[in-house]
Ligand binder design. Structure first.
Ligand SMILES: [Ca+2]
Ligand SMILES: [Ca+2]
Ligand SMILES: [Ca+2]
Ligand SMILES: [Ca+2]
Length: 145
């Protein structure tokens, strides 16, 4: 896919909402839908418009070794991010969800065993900002942590 990346550094064709070092029109409809931003520490941020409606609905940050650092998605495609994934050593360790799309996180999911097991979750069931339900799972921690 990235062999199709068109270098567009410092051109006005880059989206005004987003400065990007590279951008790409992945479905060839003439409208850019993937933007790649390179940071000074060699990490990159890839922003995508996966349903081609003009709004970025997925952002992925990777470090220079191509390990994922962070991800966020707009699950209901309303233009506002609502699912956030936090990574350590390339594996997701926590997911935060705004399930009722009021801009406040109401589900926290804690993940272990290299992204394979959910160790616990917390839910704010009435969306008042206070956690109402905590569920912990018996998980055999493979790495002994
Ligand atoms: Ca496109
Ligand atoms: Ca979109
Ligand atoms: Ca959303
Ligand atoms: Ca919420």
């Amino acid at each position: 896919m990235f062999n199709k990346i068109i270098l567009l550094i410092f051109t006005l064709s880059v989206s005004s909402v987003l400065f990007a070092d590279y951008s790409l029109d992945s479905n060839s409809d003439g409208i850019l839908d993937i933007w790649v931003e390179e940071l000074e520490d060699n990490s990159i941020i890839i922003s995508s418009d996966t349903n081609f409606d003009g709004n970025v609905d997925k952002k992925l940050a990777m470090n220079g070794a191509k390990l994922t650092l962070y991800e966020e998605t707009d699950y209901n495609l309303d233009g506002i991010m609502d699912n956030f994934y936090f990574y350590e050593d390339g594996f997701v360790v926590r997911q935060e969800v705004d399930s009722n799309y009021d801009l406040k996180i109401d589900i926290w999911v804690y993940i272990t065993n290299d992204g394979k097991s959910i160790s616990s979750y917390e839910k704010d069931l009435d969306f008042d900002g206070v956690v109402d339900k905590v569920k912990e799972f018996e998980v055999y921690k493979e790495d002994g942590k």
